[in-house]
Design a protein. Structure first.
Length: 303
């Protein structure tokens, strides 16, 4: 199970009733965060989640509303006596930006590892997550992220018995390791079926509609996508500042054939966002307005 919490949904500036855009997921005892704007710590506390298990933080880009909460979060994690390394992932310049922010958080009891994305598309496998970073189209270098929990195929007992592999080796093969027995090497592919459908979540903010987003979000169980503007007359502004409207996000969800869409990263000037949702659902029916603290438990499909 992948537990998902949309911590904040505001764009540009935090509001009394809405924190800046941030996402947090939990899987198998490890937490992952995407973006960490001002107020993110409060949003985590409000959600009732913990800072300590955060092992990975991914950054879409380095505008303040997406990263300004990092120094405070690092200090909080340090004060909680964290010792395990923390991995940060982000576009080129990550190490420089983090070093500058750490002027006010210089001493930490844990290592901070920076992984800079160097390609238009790059894959990382950390703490059970498959993280795919893909370049989108904003007015600065910006990436979206697809987070997947892969699911291996079923273990074929009959095949293992046919090959004469003792039972106490089966668990080793299921974990993906090769077994040496009676002078012969048994690899996992000999006894494991084809991979089964896993869990797929795509998160993207601050971009114009782009084919890279559609391709990487394709068949996602959940797409969390920016909808900076809902008013139809603000399409010109969306194009100027390289953002998306509610309707463009809905069309992206439709083209990517995702199961569900949550809109996020709203303009602070947007009021009564729910009033615009009927037209959004005319384009993509399973669309919902993202709200601070909105959660979902994403489970593997039953067979």
């Amino acid at each position: 199970m992948l537990d998902v919490c949309l911590l904040g949904t505001a764009g540009m500036m935090p509001l009394p009733y809405r924190y800046l855009t941030s996402l947090m997921t939990r899987y198998n005892g490890s937490s992952l965060m995407v973006d960490c704007g001002e107020g993110t710590q409060i949003a985590v506390k409000k959600a009732g989640w913990s800072f300590h298990p955060i092992d990975v933080i991914c950054f879409t880009h380095y505008h303040a509303d997406h990263i300004s909460g990092l120094p405070g979060l690092l200090l909080t994690m340090g004060n909680a006596e964290r010792k395990e390394p923390l991995t940060l992932i982000g576009p080129k310049g990550l190490e420089r930006v983090v070093s500058a922010l750490r002027v006010i958080a210089p001493e930490l009891p844990f290592e901070v590892r920076c992984l800079e994305i160097t390609e238009p598309k790059q894959v990382y496998r950390l703490h059970g997550y498959k993280i795919t970073a893909f370049m989108v189209r904003h007015n600065v270098l910006c990436y979206g992220y697809t987070i997947e929990i892969e699911r291996q195929g079923r273990f074929c007992v009959e095949q293992a018995q046919k090959l004469g592999i003792p039972k106490h080796y089966w668990g080793i093969l299921q974990k993906g390791d090769t077994v040496q027995y009676e002078g012969q090497a048994f690899t996992p592919d000999l006894v494991m079926g084809p991979p089964r459908k896993g869990i797929k979540l795509t998160y993207c903010t601050d971009t114009r509609p782009t084919e890279a987003l559609v391709k990487n979000a394709f068949l996602s169980d959940l797409l969390i996508c920016e909808g900076m503007y809902a008013e139809p007359e603000k399409l010109v502004k969306a194009k100027q500042y390289k953002h998306m409207t509610f309707y463009e996000a809905a069309q992206t969800a439709k083209d990517a054939r995702v199961k569900e869409l949550w809109l996020t990263h709203f303009s602070p000037s947007l009021v009564r966002a729910e009033d615009y949702m009927p037209k959004v659902r005319d384009i993509f029916q399973n669309a919902y307005l993202g709200k601070d603290g909105k959660r979902m438990e994403m489970n593997f499909e039953e067979e």
